[in-house]
Design a protein around this ligand. Structure first.
Ligand SMILES: O=C(CO)[C@H](O)[C@H](O)COP(=O)(O)O
Length: 221
């Protein structure tokens, strides 16, 4: 909680007047968004694209002006959380179910910044089950095909009902134990019909804010 606030707020320094900003989803970037809300209140002129309906509501509450891809093609900066970050800045994302819009938005910037407390930093990805967004039609077959890649795929639930993403899809949480080659796995997953997107973000993050020895550190690629 204290680490999340510290890294979330530290990353907000990258938001400057006139920018189009991608706002991530989750309890860490929540603090970034609060800071951005303060900047807007003080008169900063920015426009933002949220990565989820949850973040959209938060941004609207803070009077942060929103835009869509109908109006913009490129974002100046995108700030988001992660579930795991490896030493090459490959990420697992989607714990909050927003991975598809998160990837679409991260893809639209040259400056993708990750905010991650120290518990998220790992040598290799895989301990956190990989979220994969799939179409509900024939999801069982898609799950079996994902399992053939060496995982156990469990459909995410919201109570006793299937969890439905902002895009109307299911999420499969896929335990791979250790992901040796995130890029290769990402490509294999996205080749399976029914997979809409997977939560591996490879070669996307440029900066990671985390905590080491009790201090916020900024790691750059
Ligand atoms: O990918 C995400 C949502 O889909 C989040 O960024 C990720 O789950 C981290 O969340 P938190 O900051 O709450 O730990």
């Amino acid at each position: 909680m204290i680490e999340k606030k510290a890294v979330g707020e530290a990353a907000a320094q990258y938001v400057k007047d006139g920018m189009v900003v991608g706002l991530g989803t989750g309890s860490t970037v929540y603090y970034t968004i609060q800071k951005v809300g303060e900047y807007v209140k003080e008169g900063m002129n920015i426009r933002a694209i949220p990565t989820s309906e949850e973040t959209k509501m938060l941004a609207l509450d803070l009077n942060i002006p929103l835009v869509t891809f109908a109006e913009v093609n490129h974002l100046d900066v995108v700030i988001d959380g992660a579930d795991e970050v490896d030493c090459h800045f490959a990420l697992t994302k989607g714990g909050g179910g927003a991975l598809l819009r998160e990837k679409l938005i991260a893809d639209a910037t040259d400056l993708f910044i990750v905010v991650a407390d120290s518990s998220k930093m790992v040598e290799k990805l895989g301990k956190f089950p990989l979220p994969v967004e799939v179409t509900p039609f024939s999801w069982e077959r898609t799950a079996r095909q994902i399992e053939e890649l060496g995982s156990i795929a469990t459909r995410r639930l919201n109570g006793t009902e299937p969890y439905i993403s902002d895009n109307g899809n299911y999420i499969l949480d896929c335990s791979f134990e250790v992901i040796e080659n995130p890029e290769e796995l990402s490509q294999k997953l996205n080749r399976i019909p029914g997979v809409v997107e997977n939560g591996l973000f490879v070669n996307m993050a440029k900066i990671v804010f985390t905590v080491e020895e009790g201090k916020v550190v900024r790691k750059m690629k």
